[in-house]
Design a protein around this ligand. Structure first.
Ligand code: ADP
Ligand code: MG
Length: 361
């Protein structure tokens, strides 16, 4: 397997649509990298640049030891010579071709002998569990099966790199879970270097070895799913990967006594939190990192007291409760394992290890 390396890749459409802005991304050999970002922020462009369907405006694209694109050096290797398989967002199956012919298509372009095509198509169909569908047309398949056909077609020529563009967006929520597990399993089995792009944090958190977060064509952060979730570098990343309470305020005090003062939400910060100056900041805490208790909790050093609040909403969400607590006039979202009565007074704590302080941008 090979690594994929984008070095300061910029792609500008027309005069000034900057789809990718100095993207620096190394996908290790055999790694499953998920690039995540909102719609229109450059995800598809990134994949197309790797596949060779777009030429970067600047920067370098490496696949293994081969420089496949570098405008400055006048290098551009076309898609067919890149040994990359791509699964498009809409799967792009040929409706008038049977499944067999859809999968065989890339091999026929390569002009492989008929017997070899037959063998390879049947092999990959077996691996993906769609051997019994080879004689059918795409419209006769379920969404999940159609997706597997698209994946089979991308994999049949044994590419070194697999690119997947929002592969689950056409599947309904229930199939999505199975489809994700399937994609993860295939990727691990084949050990193929993979880049999957998505706007769905659930895809990223469940599939990725590492996640790269893209905002307006700029990589914000690259890290393990747990790092992106627990140590996001800014409010954008924090908000995008999962639900979070955000409070405006400022840092006051110094030495051992540093506080976040956000009016209704005032907490003493743990000493390991790195804050500079007395500037205005944003405090972030995820709903599951807020603890509610009817009694005062005195025996837990990880919890920081925030204040007394009142339960406004408490709804059952399957094995947990989504609770809204009001601290004076500030609402705090909480995910709790126990239920609370409406109007009930509670003590509110934050898990000190999970408090995030962001610069105001
Ligand atoms: P995403 O996949 O994250 O939704 P895209 O990579 O498709 O985002 O698009 C990024 C930006 O580049 C958008 O502003 C989009 O309108 C623009 N863009 C993408 N492809 C083209 C193109 N062929 N011509 C002009 N603008 C484009
Ligand atoms: Mg896209």
């Amino acid at each position: 397997m090979v690594r994929v390396y984008l070095h300061e890749v910029t792609k500008i459409f027309g005069k000034n649509v900057v789809a990718l802005d100095k993207v620096e991304l190394e996908v290790r050999s055999g790694e499953f990298m998920v690039v995540m970002g909102p719609s229109g922020h450059g995800k598809t462009t990134l994949l197309r640049v790797v596949a060779g369907l777009e030429e970067p405006t600047d920067g370098e694209v490496w696949i293994g030891d081969t420089l496949v694109a570098s405008p400055r050096k006048g290098i551009f290797i076309p898609p067919k010579d890149r040994n990359v398989g791509m699964v498009f967002q809409n799967w792009a199956l040929y409706p008038h071709m049977k499944v067999f012919d859809n999968i065989a298509f890339p091999l026929r372009i390569k002009k492989l002998p008929k017997s070899e095509i037959e063998k390879k198509v049947r092999e990959i169909a077996e691996v993906l569990g769609i051997a019994e569908t080879l004689d059918r047309y795409p419209r006769q398949l379920s969404g999940g099966q159609q997706q597997r056909v698209a994946i089979a077609r991308a994999l049949v020529k044994e590419p070194q790199v697999l690119l997947m563009d929002e592969p689950f967006s056409n599947l309904d929520a229930r199939i999505r879970v199975t489809a994700r597990a399937f994609v993860k399993d295939i990727q691990k089995k084949l050990g193929i270097t993979t880049i999957l792009v998505t706007h769905d944090p659930a895809d990223a958190l469940t599939l990725a070895d590492r996640i790269a977060v893209l905002r307006r064509g700029v990589i914000q952060q690259i890290g393990l799913p747990s790092e992106i979730y627990d140590k996001p570098v800014n409010v954008f990343v924090a908000n995008f990967i999962g639900d979070i309470n955000l409070f405006d305020g400022s840092i006051v005090g110094k030495g051992n006594e540093v506080y976040f003062d956000g009016g209704d939400v005032k907490v003493q910060l743990p000493q390991n939190i790195n804050v500079q100056g007395n500037g205005s900041v944003i405090l972030g805490i995820r709903p599951e990192d807020v603890v509610l208790s009817k009694e005062v909790i005195s025996n837990n050093n990880d919890l920081i007291y925030v204040g007394k609040g009142t339960v406004e909403i408490s709804e059952f969400a399957g094995g947990k409760f989504n609770v809204m607590v009001k601290l004076q006039s500030t609402e705090v979202k909480v995910v709790s394992s126990t239920s609370f009565g409406l109007g009930e007074p509670v003590h509110v704590y934050f898990n000190s290890r999970k408090i995030k302080i962001f610069d105001k941008q």
